[in-house]
Design a protein around this ligand. Structure first.
Ligand code: IVH
Length: 239
């Protein structure tokens, strides 16, 4: 799946107006939208069967990803078992590296006359897509869960509920998050997190806004591979 982009305040108010119109919401009803950081990493889908991590795959070209199960098994941040989950549970999220871990990795790579990575995202991708999982095991990869794929039974009825359920199952979820009642609250949150970005230990490339109610998400559906119920509000590119 991919996400549409917003670059300006107007794009965000247009997004919220579009949602309200599509859902036919009366002016008096609030439309809750969940906002959370967009992690600049590598998207990964984890499939749990009967409480055990059964398969991990990258997004690849969107049609066909790579099976990275053996490598993901070495990532401490990824729960290998989940208690109280449905028989089938697919967790979508982002594999990433902190900036400090990236710097330390590059220093070690340089000392060993090995490949230098351009940025934390490339380092995360290169580390996950190793043929030898013992190399991946030595790389400081981390994981945030932010969405569900296939589930044999529902585990929440809101996006905020998905975050809580994932946290309860042992996943880290992107912080900070905000449940907003209008576009103004989303824009204030975007500005706040943009200001905090230097203090956040990993790279963010924006804020993702998602309609909170999963029934509304179903009604809104998708336009080709992108959900109509979500958008990525990008940060200006870092110099
Ligand atoms: S939600 C239906 N939340 O951004 C799609 N995506 O540009 C739901 N990403 O492929 C995606 N952080 O790899 C979502 N907090 C977040 C995210 C996030 C990073 C990535 C994800 C996606 C890409 C789209």
């Amino acid at each position: 799946l991919s996400l549409g982009n917003a670059f300006s305040a107007e794009d965000v108010t247009d997004f919220v107006d579009r949602l309200r119109k599509f859902l036919n919401l009366p002016a008096a009803d609030t439309l809750e939208v969940l906002a959370e950081p967009k992690i600049d990493g590598l998207s990964c889908s984890l499939r749990y069967e009967n409480g055990r991590l059964a398969q991990a795959a990258t997004r690849g070209d969107g049609e066909e990803g790579e099976d990275v199960t053996a490598n993901i098994m070495t990532v401490a941040d990824v729960p290998k078992t989940v208690k109280g989950a449905p028989d089938v549970l697919e967790v979508r999220g982002e594999i990433y590296m902190t900036r400090a871990d990236f710097d330390a990795l590059n220093t070690a790579q340089q000392a060993a006359e090995e490949k230098i990575f351009a940025n934390p995202r490339n380092a995360a991708a290169g580390s996950l897509r190793q043929l030898d999982p013992t190399i991946t095991a030595k790389r400081p990869l981390k994981f945030f869960g932010y969405a569900l794929g296939e589930t044999s039974a529902p585990i929440a009825d809101t996006q905020a509920g998905i975050r809580h359920a994932l946290a309860r199952l042992g996943f880290n979820v992107p912080e900070p998050a905000l449940l907003a009642a209008d576009a103004a609250a989303l824009l204030a949150f975007h500005e706040r997190v943009y200001g905090e970005r230097p203090d956040i230990p990993y790279d963010l490339d924006g804020i993702v806004y998602k309609v909170n109610d999963l029934d509304f998400q179903r009604r809104l559906g998708f336009v080709s591979r992108a959900p109509r119920w979500a958008i990525a509000h990008k940060f200006p590119a870092e110099q």
